[in-house]
Design a protein around this ligand. Structure first.
Ligand SMILES: CC(C)=CCC/C(C)=C/CC/C(C)=C/CC/C(C)=C/COP(=O)(O)OP(=O)(O)O
Ligand SMILES: O=P(O)(O)OC[C@@H](O)CO
Ligand SMILES: [Mg+2]
Length: 241
């Protein structure tokens, strides 16, 4: 499966409902060295808040993707390289598996399929807002996680498989198992990556390390370190292959 993310090591997730650190600008955010910016969050997101971040990043030279948390917050803007559309594979509430997607297609006046890409979430931190919103079954063993990843790739053709620990550093065994289960899809890992070492560690077991709250809590210098960590891990991995 092709897509620009096959070349990425690091994604910075900007939450439109959260502030930047005092004194930092979106220009700084776009210059952390990340491979792409994904705009999204679970709680209190609106189209206006999304649009503000798109506008602030548009003039800078970094790939920009929207990750909508519901159909009502999707913004139509040429500055976006595309839409990464989540499906929560371990949600107990089916709205987050096909219901929201059906509603989105129903209300849109024609879909921009060429810019629409699929992200299969496996949500593993039960305390995260996304787990609570979607009523995700986070009580999964290593083989459950690997099997969800294989199903998402092989049976549902998902371009990106996303092991999501939002707010906590995850279990590397589960991340590795998901990675090993994939042939073609790209494995994103996100959750609790707060420094070089954490990014380096998850960079050994995933294709792309996603960093979120660190930007809003610590700022761009801390994010830059995670870019280095992910890049070093993945460079070493490709040299060893
Ligand atoms: C079909 C369309 C257009 C939308 C539906 C998309 C779906 C299924 C969304 C469900 C999962 C979801 C809410 C994804 C949003 C991305 C995400 C997980 C952001 C991280 O959020 P957190 O970090 O957990 O939330 P807060 O920081 O807001 O607490
Ligand atoms: O905010 P953090 O814990 O870095 O998580 C990143 C991302 O996976 C959230 O969707
Ligand atoms: Mg968050």
């Amino acid at each position: 499966m092709t897509g620009p993310w096959t070349e990425w090591n690091h994604v910075l997730k900007v939450d439109p409902d959260k502030d930047l650190v005092d004194g930092e600008t979106f220009e700084d955010v776009c210059q952390t060295g990340t491979d792409a910016i994904e705009i999204g969050g679970t709680l209190d997101i609106t189209a206006d808040k999304m649009q503000r971040v798109v506008d602030a990043c548009a003039e800078h030279d970094v790939p920009l993707y929207q990750e909508p948390s519901n159909p009502g917050v999707v913004v139509d803007d040429d500055a976006l390289d595309g839409y990464l559309i989540p499906t929560v594979f371990n949600a107990k509430d089916a709205f987050w598996i096909t219901g929201a997607h059906k509603e989105w297609v129903r209300i849109e006046n024609g879909m921009d399929w060429d810019r629409t890409h699929t992200e299969a979430y496996i949500v593993l931190n039960p305390d995260a807002s996304v787990a609570q919103l979607t009523d995700a079954n986070c009580d999964l063993a290593v083989d459950d996680v690997a099997s969800y990843a294989a199903v998402a790739e092989r049976m549902f053709g998902q371009e990106i498989i996303y092991v999501e620990y939002s707010g906590m550093f995850g279990d590397t065994e589960k991340v590795k198992a998901a990675h090993d289960a994939l042939d073609e899809s790209t494995l994103f890992y996100g959750g609790g990556v707060s420094d070089y070492d954490a990014a380096y560690e998850m960079g050994q077991y995933s294709d792309v390390v996603v960093v979120g709250d660190l930007l809003h809590d610590e700022g761009v210098d801390a994010v830059r370190e995670t870019v280095e960590g992910a890049r070093d891990a993945m460079r070493e991995r490709s040299e060893a292959e």
